[in-house]
Each structure stands twice: as structure tokens, then as C-alpha cells.
Design a protein around this ligand. Sequence first.
Ligand SMILES: Nc1ncnc2c1ncn2[C@@H]1O[C@H](COP(=O)(O)OP(=O)(O)OP(=O)(O)O)[C@@H](O)[C@H]1O
Length: 636
Amino acid sequence: MIRRGGAGLLAAFLVLAAVGAFSDQLGLPSFYLILLGSICFWIAQATSWNILSGYSGYFSFGQAAYVGVGAYTTAVLTGRHGVDFFLTVPLAALLCGLLALGVGAVAFRLGSLRGEIFALLTLAVPFILAAFARINASIDGGQGNTVPIPEAADSFGSPQQFQYLLALAVAAVAVAVAYGIQHGRTGSALAAIRDAEDVAEVLGVATFRYKMLAMLISGVLGGVAGSVFALQIGFVTVESVFNLTIPLFVIVMAVLGGRTHWLGPVIGAVLIVTLQDRLSTYGLDAWNSIILGAVLAVLVAFSPDGLYARLRARPLIALGTLVVVTGVLGVLNVWGETLDWLVAGMLAASLLAIVLGSRRTTAAPRAEADEPAVEDEPEVVVSEPGERVAVEPGKVLIECRQVARYFGGVHALEDVTLDIREGELVGLVGPNGSGKTTLVNLLSGAFRPTRGELRVDGRDITRLAPHQIAHVGMARTYQIPRPFDSMTVRDNVAMAIMFGREPLPLRQARPIAERHLATVALDHLADAYPASLNLHQRQLLEMARAIASSPKVLLLDEALAGLNPAEVDNAVRVVRRIHESGITIVIVEHLLRVLNQLATRLVVLDRGSCLADGDPRTVLNDPDVIRVYLGRQAHV
Ligand SMILES: Nc1ncnc2c1ncn2[C@@H]1O[C@H](COP(=O)(O)OP(=O)(O)OP(=O)(O)O)[C@@H](O)[C@H]1O
């Protein structure tokens, strides 16, 4: 079934293709075709950038590398070696795809680079390639390359028509790909990576694979658009295609339009290119950079989400402003021409949208500040889809064998040997710095042990990535809740189902997510965004998300920290309910009252080693435990 956005995209493409094909009959000056072709080029580039940087949050400054490699592949092969243009396009795609994978492998595998380091790495790539092209006479050698018009262009009315239709086709493919990604599993994975990458990994998202996929798609689209760009400009020089204003432009376009939506770069490219064109027409080229910089500054300050969200919140006002301003200027006809009026209309609509703001956060149902979340006992839903598989009672689920973890000279864990059996609810206690969180991090794969072996349900997880450990059946929560902020409460939980042990598409995952939310009594907030939840509700959301992945073992890392007594009681009921449903639980907690109520067994860590292990009453009365950790409280 084709969605409304997809149908609109197809219709827009057909109309624009018809405009190009029948431009003579429509009396459209070739200048308009060149402008439309330029818009299409920038749409393709901004979309290519957005698939990596907007969707996954990895900010790249290397877009010029794809433009340059794509353009030079076509320019050198067609201009110097007489290769057919259409053969050079897939080659440009291949080279840029390989380049993207190479950069991705360095950034994500060798270095796990993020933030500004990733940006700097990507910035270095076009620098190196530009210098290489400049000194290499077989590529450029400072001469530049003329790109001949291919013979196929003769079957179109004019070279401009041919170039425009090609650029339109590439832009349409790029936007369609971005649309498909956003509405599919890859889009959800990339959004989760953008919001909280390590949480996504722990929930089962193979983050490296998805980042590489985004890199590859971005590179291929950028390269193909670069190849067609060579034809559009006709003469390729290092300055024209490896220009460092290219990444600046695509960033401004995507940020202006909105980085999290496929339409964002399209909106941004249309606005920026037409605005630039008008400035050039009036001899104001020098103002280009000033205006671009100012737009970026205003956006960062007032509309970081971009125009799409703003326009979507008030589509009629935006459309009305566009029509009225354009119409009034046209009727008055005291200044400019049609394009000027249209650009003025678009600018007015955009400004108004920014001033009026977006309603997204206020539209979400607000969480009530200290509402106790669980009143009655909802049905427990922990093993959807399907029923929990019955396993032999009491079998060992977690095996830690002489596990050690060092951070430089700090021995966070030393020779910890521990078995946790199915059905247990183990309280993990110990003074600050005794290694509790480190053990949780080792079991969930955030860290690897320095020494020793970890097994879950018989499977050695010592060398597994966190998403693989999640698929073995391990889930965890964080002491400080870490929801995916750009997703609703419902979709936060649905993510765990989509990438869990029994993956489902988003549409099927959502209703199941609601049932998990009911388990923790958060179903009334399914449409809210995490920002509107209080701490207790965020902790409950963490639990709902964790159980949604159908785990065998749930690690709760201080899930009750910072809660008031009523909230703690409520959370205890939820934890007990989850446990009763058949999930083995390891809970790190400082509150002995809670562990007395909940735990079937206590494990005490002290300076990285196991000090005591047994039933709560015996452990709490152990003189060693009292001495190192509990003091007088143990007698309470
Ligand atoms: N990423 C890290 N880098 C360096 N040292 C670390 C790291 N993580 C933990 N440590 C050190 O390892 C030791 C154990 O820390 P850990 O957080 O596991 O203790 P904890 O028992 O969970 O403490 P708390 O109850 O305060 O959360 C501490 O000395 C801590 O400083």
C-alpha cells in the first residue's frame, strides 16, 4: 500500500518530468530548466547527506568528496577517454560507495569516532582527494575537464531539457530512497542511533551495520548526483566540485528543512537555491554567504527542528501566506517578476512558520507530575509475540567464571564467579565503587571483561556485541533513564520489539508495545514524548522497553534511584509482576527495604570481589557484610 507521502512524491515527479519534457510547448525559458536542474542537484546532495547525518546524527563535512569523485569519474571517462556517459554513472556510484564504506570502516570500526572527530575525519577526505586530483595529470593536473553532451541528448528537445530530466530522475530516486528508509526498519534503527546509540545497540540494533548502510547509500546517491552534475556544469575543475562550500550548503539546506524527515532537505534546497538565484539576478552574489550564515544562526537559535515540523503544525497558515503574498505581489506588479514573488511568498510562509513555532511537544499528552502510575494490577504481558517458552526450572542462566575487569590501574572486578538460575530475583549490593554497574555493563556487553568467561543460557557472550547479547536474551535498564527522545513512548517500546529476539515490523510492534506499557501502567502516555515524563515514569518506560525485547534475564541498574517512597512501592510492584511473569531479574539497588521485599537472593560485592552470596536474611546478618557495607542498618 502506497502512503500519502509516497503518492505525493510520485505525483510531483510526474508533473516536474512533464514540465521538463514539454517545456517548449509550455513556453518555459531554458533559464527555468537550468534553475530546476540546479534545485534537483542540491535536493539529491542534501538528501544524500541527510540519510547519514540527519537520520543517524553522524554529522559529515565530507559531501564534496562524493560530488568530486562522481563528477571526476564522469568528466575524465567521457572527456578524455570517450566512454559513454551512461556507463560512467554506475562507476561513479561504485567508487563513491567504496569511498563511503572505507570512511565508515575507519570511523566506525577502527576508531568508533563520533561528534566532532567524525566531522573532522569527513572534512579531511575531500581535502585529500582535491589535492590528489590537482597534482595528478591523468585526472586533472590543474587543467580541468570538459564533459561532452552525450548523443542521447539529441532525442530530447535541448541539452538543458536532457540535463534537467536526468537531475530530476536522480533527485527523485534520492528522495524516494530517503522516504523508504524513513518509513522502514532502517529509519527506526538510524533514529535510535541518533537518540542514544549504545541504548539502541543494547536493545538489539546492529548499529555498525546500519551506520555502514547509511554511509553506503549516502555515498552512492552523492556520487550519482555528482556524475550528473558534471554534465550540468559542462567543465569540471577541482574548485567547482571539491569546493568546501558544498558541505556547508547541504548542511544549511537539511537543517533549514528538517533533518529527521525526508522532506526536510527538499524544502531546504528549494528555498536556498531559489533565494540564491534571486540574489544573483539582482547582482547581490556577495550577500550569499552572509545570508546563508544568518539563516543557519537563526535556525539553530529558533528552529533547530527545521521548517518541516513547523509547516506541518500549521499547513493551512503556511499555504495561505504563500498564496496571499505571491498573489498580492503579482497583482500589484510594482516589483520583480513571477519568480521573485514566489520566493517572497515562500520566505514569508517560512518566517511565519518559524515565528508561530511547532506544536509537537505540547500536542503530546502531558504526564502528571507525581501521579502514582500503578493503581490496579493489569494483566502481565511479557512474552509477546507468542507465549514464553517453558524451560526446566532452576537451570543456570548466567555464569560468570573468574571475571575481571580493569580500567587502567583500577580493578573494578576481580575474579568474580557467580551462577544465577532461572527464576531468581537477585539483589546485587555493595558500597559505592564496588563494581555493581561494571558487572551489569559486562553482562550487557557495554564492556568486555579483561579476563574470565561470561555465559548466558549456555552461550559464551564474552566476545559478543551488545546487540548479539540482546538476542541471546539479556535486557537492561539504566540508572539514569535513557529513552529515545524523538520517539513517542509507544515507539520507544516498539523499538525493542522490532529489534528484539522475535523481530516484528513497526506496525505490528505498536499494539504489543501498548500492552507492555499497560504492564507498567504507562499506556495512557503512549502518545507522549519522553521529555514530558517525570523520573518515575521514565524508569517505568525503561522497564517496559526492556521486557518488550522478550528477555530471559533483566538487569535493573538502580531502577528505583531518586524515587519518592510511594513511587518506590509502585516500582516494587511492577518489578515483582515482571518477575512473576517468568523473567529472571538481577537488580542493583541500595535500598535494603526494597531488596528485603523483592530479592530471593543477595550477592554482595566489595572492592570488585564477591563478599557474600545467599538468601537475604542470612547475608544481611553476615558480620563481614555488616562490617564493610551495611553497618548498623543490617540489624534493622
Ligand atoms: N568507564 C570507566 N572508566 C574508568 N573507571 C571506571 C569505569 N567504570 C567504572 N570504573 C571504576 O570501577 C570501579 C567500580 O565502579 P562501578 O560503577 O562498577 O561501581 P558501583 O558499585 O556500581 O558503584 P555505585 O554504587 O556508586 O554506582 C570504580 O572505582 C569506578 O571508578
